[in-house]
Design a protein around this ligand. Structure first.
Ligand SMILES: [Zn+2]
Length: 326
C-alpha cells in the first residue's frame, strides 16, 4: 500500500515536471514572437505555483535520497535502501551542552522494548540545538505519549535527527537551520521520567545508534564519515577512506532510491513487470493441491519449496495460503 502511495506521489511530481517542461517550451516559442508584457502574462499563476512546488521539493536536503518531504510523519519511507551511503559527519554540533548519557540505544530490559535513541541529561529550559545543518521537517506534539513535543530535522548529509521531550519548540516547519542553531528547550514532555533529551539519528527511516557516530563525552564525531550499509554493519571512515570509495550517487544507484530508479518505477511497464515477476515467484494454494502438485505445476521440487518456505514435507497447506516458489 505504502509503495503505491509513494509511487503515486512520485508520479504526480513527475507529471508536474513534465507539465512545467511543456509550459516552458511553449513559452519559449511564444516569447520569440510576443511583446514583453504578453510574455510576462504567459507565466500564469497556475504554472508558476506548480514550478514553485517542484522547486520546493527538489530544494530539500537530501532530495536525492528521500522520496517525499512532508511535515506530518516522522518516518514515511518505503524506498529500497541504498546498499551503501557515505554520511559526512563533519560539521556536527552537540545537540545540548550536557555530555551525560543517561540511557543508550538498544533493548531496555525494564521496559521490554527497544530504545531507538540516546538520552542526554538536560534540565527544563536548557538549550537544544540542531546537530547538523538542515531543514526542519516536523514540529509536533504527541502530548503525554511518546516523544511529547518533538522536532525532526532532515540534513544535507542524508541523516534525519529527532529531538524529543522538549518543553518548547523554537523553530517552524520548513525553516532552514545551521548546525548548532537553537531549535528548542529541553523538557520532560511525552513518555518521559525526568527531564532529558531523547536524541535519534536515522538514515532513510532506519535507526542508527547515535553512539556509533558520536562521542558525546568528547562532544565530537568518532570519525569524519560513517558508511551506512543496508547489507552489513555500517562503519566509520576517515575522510581519505571515504574519498577512495565511489561517489554517493554511484553508491545509491546500486539498488537505491535515486531518481534514476524512480523514473523506472514510474513507468507502467516496469510496474507491470514487477507485478508479474512477483506473481511468478509465489503461488496461492488451491483446493486439493499438495506440495508435490504445486512443485509439478511450478516446475520445481518439493524439497526446494520446503526450503524456500521453511516448512516440512508433512506440513498441511491451507487453501488460499501464499507460498514462495522461486
Ligand atoms: Zn530516549
Amino acid at each position: 500500500m505504502q509503495f503505491f502511495k509513494t509511487t503515486s506521489k512520485r508520479l504526480i511530481m513527475f507529471s508536474i515536471l513534465t507539465i512545467c517542461a511543456l509550459v516552458a517550451v511553449a513559452q519559449d516559442q511564444l516569447a520569440s514572437i510576443a511583446p514583453i508584457d504578453k510574455r510576462m502574462r504567459a507565466i500564469d499563476s497556475v504554472s508558476l505555483s506548480k514550478l514553485l512546488e517542484v522547486e520546493r521539493f527538489f530544494g530539500e536536503p537530501s532530495a536525492n535520497l528521500y522520496p517525499t518531504w512532508d511535515n506530518k510523519y516522522i518516518n514515511n519511507y518505503s524506498v529500497e535502501m541504498p546498499k551503501e551511503y557515505k554520511i559526512d559527519l563533519r560539521g556536527f554540533h552537540m545537540p545540548c551542552e550536557s555530555k551525560r548519557v543517561t540511557s543508550s540505544y538498544g533493548y531496555r530490559r525494564s521496559f521490554r522494548r527497544n530504545h531507538y535513541g540516546t538520552d542526554l541529561k538536560v534540565y527544563v529550559g536548557d538549550t537544544i540545538r540542531s546537530a547538523f545543518a538542515g531543514k526542519i521537517r516536523v514540529v509536533a506534539n504527541q502530548g503525554r505519549k511518546g516523544y511529547g513535543k518533538y522536532v525532526v530535522i532532515r540534513h544535507y548529509n542524508g541523516l534525519e535527527t529527532v529531538y524529543g521531550h522538549l518543553s518548547k519548540q523554537l523553530v517552524v516547519e520548513d525553516q532552514e537551520v545551521k548546525a548548532g542553531e537553537v531549535i528548542g528547550l529541553g523538557g520532560n514532555t511525552g513518555r518521559s521520567t525526568g527531564s532529558h533529551l531523547h536524541f535519534e539519528t536515522r538514515f532513510l527511516g532506519k535507526f542508527i545508534d547515535p553512539e556509533t557516530l558520536f562521542d558525546f563525552d568528547a562532544c565530537d564525531i568518532l570519525n569524519d564519515f560513517y558508511l551506512f550499509s543496508s547489507v552489513s554493519k555500517g562503519k566509520l571512515l576517515t575522510a581519505a577512506q571515504a574519498k577512495a570509495l565511489p561517489s554517493n550517487d554511484i553508491l545509491a544507484s546500486m539498488g537505491g532510491p535515486t531518481f534514476q530508479a524512480d523514473k523506472e518505477a514510474q513507468s507502467k511497464a516496469f510496474q507491470e513487470e514487477r507485478r508479474q515477476s512477483l506473481r511468478a515467484s509465489v503461488h496461492r494454494v488451491q483446493k486439493g493441491e499438495s506440495l508435490s502438485v504445486i512443485a509439478r505445476k511450478r516446475g520445481t521440487t518439493v524439497a526446494k519449496l520446503c526450503k524456500l518456505n521453511n516448512i516440512k514435507t508433512t506440513t498441511v497447506l491451507r487453501v488460499g495460503q501464499i507460498i514462495k516458489c522461486s
